[in-house]
Design a protein around this ligand. Structure first.
Ligand code: PLP
Length: 390
């Protein structure tokens, strides 16, 4: 690459500028081989013996992500869940873990129903409030503090730098689920975090056609060595084709994320003043609880995710929940589906997905803003809100 260190957007666009040595191709080949030749003297000088954890097609995606996050090393996993659970599986029974009350639903479920059964002492706290973290952390006993910011589905903001100071003073490691922020907007390792996790299924790949997860570490710690062993031995690895697609997806990460952020900000502003909307939850709104902290640790935008709370129909005296479900039923351009971070905009009645115990109120619709025309998205949603009133 250029002599002067280039900006992250340039690193992503060229996927570090790697070129295939053999052919000089600027797009690297997909390696599908599961095994590699051993040298005649019984060594593996290539450094590769078996593709479960030594797949050459992982290298570029992992290197790009390490550069974007400013870390030491990265690992690809078969899904975001495989990446996240590998962090917890590197701990020992009886270790104390703090996790947020508002967080990605499936991981919360796994922590409640599997990790605790397996011996971890998991405590859920209001992670957005540093005083709660100070109160709950047990010096020498708490091994891991798990943060998600902005957090599903209320977009609760957690101050990464402040949380890291509190956690590190107590001897705990901090891992951040940065799926929604992406390395475009936030670099948790620079703020003190030890590990960053992504569901690469979302913004990193960005095209709703790959399930993948990643971890990036600030240093080659003993914990990172255990995480590598978890991946190699439990074997939750990505396929070659998916790893290659992920590298391709990350090349357009910056324009996709920045476009979605600008659109989400405009959509949030529009519906914050809308008579059929009771509340807009978006970190980029000055009225939002976490706005000041978000402005401190997010750069270039406040993410492409927001939620709206729909007012009940005055005409039919219906509830906000039925108006929300009817709104989702009446959109055309927005797609009624779960997931987030793709180029197409998605809308979802979140309480229906999460079920009992969800922090999502019944009148809440979660919006993942894609890269369509902003006014088309506003018009479609506005029309659906009006139809839901009748
Ligand atoms: C989707 C998601 C996950 C889980 O990732 P998968 O790739 O679906 O396994 C974890 N955290 C967040 C914030 C997510 O949005």
């Amino acid at each position: 690459m250029a002599a002067k260190p280039v900006k992250p957007a340039s690193i992503a666009a060229q996927a570090l500028g790697w070129v295939d040595d053999k052919t000089r191709a600027i797009v690297l080949p997909i390696h599908t081989s599961t095994t590699f030749i051993r040298d005649a003297d019984n060594q593996y000088r290539s450094g590769r013996g078996y593709a479960r954890d030594q797949n050459p097609t992982f290298d570029q995606a992992e290197a790009v992500l390490t550069a974007l996050e400013g870390g030491r090393a990265s690992l690809l996993f078969a899904s975001g869940m495989a990446a996240a659970t590998a962090v917890f599986q590197s701990l020992a029974p009886d270790d104390h873990v703090l996790a947020p009350q508002v967080m990605y639903w499936s991981l919360r479920n796994w922590l409640m129903n599997f990790a605790t059964h397996w011996g971890l002492r998991v405590e859920f706290i209001d992670m957005g409030n540093p005083d709660e973290l100070r109160r709950a952390i047990r010096p020498g006993k708490t091994r891991l503090v798990w943060i998600e910011t902005p957090a599903n589905p209320l977009w609760t903001i957690t101050d990464i730098a402040v949380s890291c100071d509190i956690a590190h003073a107590a001897g705990a490691v901090v891992a951040v689920d940065s799926t929604v922020a992406t390395p475009v907007l936030t670099r948790p390792l620079a703020l003190g975090a030890d590990i960053v996790m992504h569901s690469a299924t979302k913004y990193l790949n960005g095209h709703s056609d790959v399930i993948a997860g990643t971890l990036t570490t600030r240093e080659e710690s003993a914990m990172w060595a255990r995480i590598k062993t978890v991946r190699a031995q439990i074997g939750g690895v990505l396929g070659s084709f998916e790893a290659w697609l992920l590298t391709r997806g990350m090349r357009t990460l910056f324009p996709r994320v920045l476009g979605a952020c600008a659109s989400a900000q405009a959509i949030a502003g529009h519906f914050a003043r809308h008579p059929l909307v009771a509340e807009v939850l978006y970190p980029g709104l000055p009225s939002f609880h976490g706005n000041a902290v978000a402005a401190k640790q997010m750069h270039g935008g406040f993410a492409g995710m927001l939620s709206i709370r729909v007012r009940g129909s005055r005409k039919t005296s219906g509830s906000g929940e039925s108006a929300a479900i009817a709104t989702a039923a009446n959109v055309e351009l927005w797609k009624r589906a779960t997931s987030l971070g793709g180029v197409e905009s998605l809308i979802e009645h979140r309480a229906s997905v999460e079920g009992a115990g969800t922090p999502a109120p019944g009148d809440l619709l979660r919006l993942s803003v894609g890269i369509e025309d902003t006014n088309d998205l506003i018009d479609d949603l506005e029309h659906a809100l009006e139809l839901a009133q009748s």
